[in-house]
Design a protein around this ligand. Sequence first.
Ligand code: VG1
Ligand code: CO
Length: 543
Amino acid sequence: MTVQLIATQPFNDQKPGTSGLRKRVSVFQSPHYLENFVQSIFDAITAPNGATLVLGGDGRFHNQEAIQIILKMAAANGFGKVLVGQRGILSTPAASCVIRKYQTYGGIILSASHNPGGPQGDFGIKYNMANGGPAPEKVTEDIFARSKEITQYRIVDAPDIALDVLGETDLHGMKVEVIDSVADYAELMGSLFDFAAIRQLLADGFRIKFDAMHAVTGPYARAILVDALGAPADAIMNAEPLPDFGGGHPDPNLTYAHDLVEIMYGEDAPDFGAASDGDGDRNMILGKHFFVTPSDSLALIAADARLAPGYAQGIAGVARSMPTSAAVDRVAQELDIPCFETPTGWKFFGNLMDAGKVTLCGEESFGTGSNHVREKDGLWAVLFWLNILAIKRQSVETIVKRHWARFGRNVYSRHDYEELPSDVANGLIDHVRASFASLTGKTFGAYTVKTCDDFSYTDPVDGSVSQKQGIRILFEDGSRIVFRLSGTGTEGATLRIYLEAFEPDRSKHDLDAQDALAEMITIADDIAGLKQRTGREQPTVIT
Ligand code: VG1
Ligand code: CO
């Protein structure tokens, strides 16, 4: 076994997006593509000799092959040990948990999250720091800079490591320890939530349905919901992780999790439904015939956090991404705790959590989490809800409506236009940006524009500045429209339009969000020339 230095040439497109580098599988399969990026990570992070790394992925097509390559490269780059999930499996929150628990130098997570998998699908890779969280922009920029000047990578010439049996193997002087993918994570969940109360809730006949969408959460959900909490085996659907996610789009929302949605809106609907995404960090929460928006879910968890043992002491503060609704801001105000507004992407929450400024964080994109790890966490949110339900013994709908009655309702929706030609999407954003001056003070029906800007964020902990994080059109009554381009897509551009209106009037809380926001939707079209520029009559996905 020898270390090989392989000559290579830079690719110019290895810039990490909102959450790591995501490309078509075929791109990652092209010679040196994965290797170049992994070497760029190793070059950028300058780990000391003998450092320990965590490695795992969501099990999508190409996961195992990539893991073998990364192990051999880690050995050639002087790592002392790699903790790798059994069969290469680690959900994103589980990887974050393992990094923290064993105090490793960092970790590599292989996932393209909610993007489809399979030979024609997407693959992805991201680096997480010693705190268990996604690398901050400074580090992803270093990685990108390295990728543009790389001339060689290091790899040992060795046979593949068996990943199905737990235990330790030697790889050119580096230890490879295959660990149980679920155990550490399940133990952490047991320490945060009142499992006895949830077990009792389920024993009393409360029916749940969890859709793992043939992605990574199947084994986690089975160990926790079925084995530890006593839910019947059929409470979990699509529980077998498949390399192509069964041909589906593992994104837990009303469009892509339609099987679950049909059940939850059907005649004999269970009391509680939930789904997670490809890598297990997102969650969708449903009640019987009822959908909980992620923004409301965050607000509600914040309001009732003390009901869970891990949060019984109260929460230090909350943070939400800018496009997420201000529902949680109202809760923070009442609890008299700080509320931070960050750019999109979990990497912006890390500093706030490390500094003890916030306990709970969330994004409108079905992401909720806390300082128990440094990633958003799908099953954690499901367990938090079950914990709240086990104590309150009210329906999901009642809990949400009582919350609205108390705090008011931030009516919210996101409209996505996927796979637009890049020049169309950029042209639309430029157009809105160029209209700031003429929009300010302009009245559209009942709404008058107060200000418009490009959202920029100064990290209160390290002072780093992130600019152009989405365009905000803010109206005088607190309503707003946000325009943003996705940083996780792999084909063309995805335009996201976030719509929010505050409704204090209880008698209007039963309105469907699309109806309540109808006027805002028209205004968005007016401002951006949506239909005319995109040639589309409808968004691809409405959440
Ligand atoms: C999307 C979401 C963002 C989330 C990111 C990663 O990013 O909007 O809130 O943090 O995905 O989530 P973008 O740039 O496409 O809007 V995951 O579950 O894909 O790791
Ligand atoms: Co995800």
